[in-house]
Design a protein around this ligand. Structure first.
Ligand SMILES: Nc1ncnc2c1ncn2[C@@H]1O[C@H](COP(=O)(O)OP(=O)(O)O)[C@@H](O)[C@H]1O
Ligand SMILES: [Mg+2]
Length: 299
């Protein structure tokens, strides 16, 4: 038996799921990377609000800010993270002594922790990874393996790029959720992202699964918005892989609409359930449905 299996069975709390193997290493947390190489589609917002729903379900949640811009950290960390404070960059860099456990900070709700990013160091680490040798893709996976038993769910908010940071995110994850914005995301962009995911699966993380596409900032009242969603669903349902075999991808049921309460609540570091309006509460339920779908994607 893998040592990790025994460790999980002996864990203080009851894991929410059966033990899974990622990259040959046994862990308890479900790890989901939220990706899109475009900025502004709602990756950080979605990560934060999904994290909120998971906390409400009593999950122990870790949010990983894998974007040098550090937007997630600024809302999800309970206290301000100073620019010179150790963060994800230090946990990934071969030049810094800190482990991931050294850099984790409390989040804005009980049950939430954050691997923070602040200042410019994660950008430097991205450059360090470009010239680093073998194993560079697996640094985040190795780091998370050390803490995965402490959490039920780990969400990785990826940078708007397909560089080494995102590849680290995809290599560390069991599932990837693609966040798209109907107006901005071209079919070409999606094809490029799916190709990167295929490459990561082929070379670094054979178990990587696309949990689904989350459509965000949907303008449901416009004809173009509706047409785009229908076309995307059709294209993803009939998708084939490079060898011509069926490789459909789920578009998660209901698109998340464009609503000021989503941006306002998130910028104020509040869950939608905490925002106090009926609309926000309903939107919170929508994120809950998406969380159910993502958790259900677990193998
Ligand atoms: N569903 C939504 N409705 C309204 N505004 C949104 C929604 N999702 C995100 N936003 C806003 O869009 C902007 C970009 O979102 P963000 O989560 O930072 O994107 P990304 O992380 O992909 O760069 C932010 O100002 C955010 O508040
Ligand atoms: Mg972001």
């Amino acid at each position: 038996m893998y040592p990790g299996v025994r460790r999980a069975a002996n864990a203080r709390r009851t894991p929410i799921s059966t033990v899974r193997a990622i990259g040959g290493i046994t862990v308890t947390a479900q790890i989901i990377a939220l990706c899109n190489q475009k900025g502004g589609v709602g990756k950080s917002t979605t990560t934060f609000q999904l994290g909120r729903r998971a906390v409400l379900r009593g999950r122990k949640v870790l949010l990983v800010d894998n974007d040098p811009q550090g937007n997630l950290t600024s809302v999800a960390a309970a206290d301000v993270v100073d620019e010179d404070q150790a963060g994800l960059a230090d946990a990934l860099s071969a030049r810094a002594p800190e482990t991931i456990r050294d850099v984790i900070v409390p989040g804005v709700w009980p049950g939430l922790d954050v691997v923070p990013t602040s200042g410019t160091t994660l950008g430097y680490v991205r450059d360090e990874l470009v010239i680093a040798g073998a194993g560079r893709e697996g640094r985040l996976r190795d780091a998370l393996t050390a803490v995965a038993d402490d959490y039920d769910l780990i969400l990785i908010d990826c940078a708007p790029s397909l560089d080494q940071l995102t590849i680290n995110g995809l290599t560390a994850a069991e599932h990837v959720a693609i966040v798209t914005h109907s107006k901005l995301f071209s079919t070409n962009g999606l094809a490029e992202l799916l190709k990167t995911i295929d490459n990561v699966r082929q070379y670094y993380n054979p178990a990587l699964d696309v949990a689904g596409i989350i459509i965000n900032q949907h303008e449901e009242k416009t004809v173009s918005g509706q047409t785009w969603v229908t076309e995307l669903r059709t294209a993803m349902a009939t998708r084939t892989d490079a060898t011509g075999n069926p490789a459909p991808i789920t578009v998660l049921a209901q698109p998340i609409p464009k609503r000021v309460s989503i941006s306002d609540a998130t910028e104020a570091a509040r869950g939608l359930d905490e925002w106090g309006t009926a609309e926000a509460r309903d939107l919170g339920s929508l994120y809950d449905d998406h969380l159910t779908a993502l958790e259900g994607a677990r193998s």
